[in-house]
Ligand binder design. Structure first.
Ligand SMILES: [Zn+2]
Length: 320
């Protein structure tokens, strides 16, 4: 009997689904909008309905499903407990338990950035590696750390919260976490916009950025057009991210950093501003650490979620 796995990635605006064969082939992928109303209470029922719908459509019986892997945009502790997920409205909850009761299938839930790093390791830019750090530069800064083939979770599920390491002691504005000078304040999509606004206020030179809405994309598009102000902003971004990555490299010593998330759509030009700072800042033996762009885009989460189920089954851990 053929076996199948569902990979699910719950995000702030959409929930992505992938149906995989156990052999890793992706059979079908689709997405539905995330219903964040009423403290996100419809999200898990929506996930169940989508999975049941796909099982009916593909004529899959429960015994043909190995399990369901789910990435969520928040910290998940080792017991599967979520303490809260502000962007989708959740308070304290145990999503795996809720889903297992409704689906009558084994379910494993982990932080989305951990799932995405696993996806890139098995199917994307990290193929063949077992030691990598994936940085997701989106609305915030996410990170998944894989050391010796294992995704690092941490005692409360908080491993890899690198968006909040301090890279600027002199910062006066507070980050969303309450601290000041966090990496996320300069390298997330929002952070780059902030860098740009501050720069343009302090300087008077002409720039294409003065005549349009500023986003991470418009900044890097302007860099490609050799706009001097945009280049200065990109340098600041590269300076913060390069130094942040150097700190991580010295702790984790990964084979590579994979840079993903919406900001990474800027392409190789982004790495041009990060690499030199990284190499100058890091201890010599880490200078060879590769910096590459993610390859799976928004699909990394579903691939990683499915892979988590495969790994758990292989080790006969937790859910099986
Ligand atoms: Zn912070």
């Amino acid at each position: 009997m053929k076996q199948y796995i569902f990979g699910v990635d719950i995000g702030g605006t959409s929930i992505k689904f992938g149906l995989f064969e156990e052999s890793r082939a992706l059979l079908k992928k689709w997405e539905i909008p995330t219903d964040c109303r009423d403290s996100g209470r419809n999200i898990l029922p929506d996930v169940c309905a989508a999975i049941h719908g796909a099982m009916q459509e593909q004529r899959l019986r429960p015994e043909m499903i190995v399990g369901v892997g789910v990435g969520v945009p928040c910290i998940v502790d080792r017991k599967g407990v979520v303490l809260g997920a502000a962007n989708i409205g959740w308070g304290v909850c145990h999503p795996a338990k809720v889903l297992e009761e409704r689906l009558k299938l084994p379910v494993i839930v982990k932080k989305d950035s951990a799932m995405a790093s696993l996806g890139e390791m098995v199917y994307g830019a990290g193929k063949g590696s077992s030691d990598l750090v994936m940085i997701t530069l989106g609305t915030g800064v996410g990170c998944g750390i894989i050391a010796e083939g294992n995704v690092l979770t941490g005692i409360f599920g908080g491993a890899g919260e690198i968006g909040h390491i301090c890279v600027n002691e002199a910062e006066t504005e507070k980050c969303g976490c309450g601290k000041k000078g966090c990496l996320e304040q300069y390298t997330s999509a929002r952070g780059i916009v902030r860098l740009a606004k501050v720069y343009l206020e302090k300087h008077s030179e002409e720039s294409v950025l003065r005549n349009q809405m500023i986003t991470a994309k418009t900044v890097f598009d302007a860099v490609k057009r050799k706009d001097e102000a945009a280049i200065e902003i990109a340098k600041q971004f590269g300076n913060y991210l390069g130094k942040g990555l150097a700190t991580i490299a010295e702790i984790v010593n990964p084979e590579m950093f994979i840079i993903g998330g919406g900001v990474s759509n800027a392409g190789e030009i982004l790495l041009k501003y990060v690499k030199p700072v990284f190499e100058q800042s890091v201890i010599p033996f880490c200078r060879g650490t590769r910096l590459v762009l993610a390859e799976l885009g928004n699909d990394a989460g579903i691939y990683g979620a499915a892979e988590t189920v495969r790994i758990e089954k292989h080790h006969s851990r937790k859910i099986f």
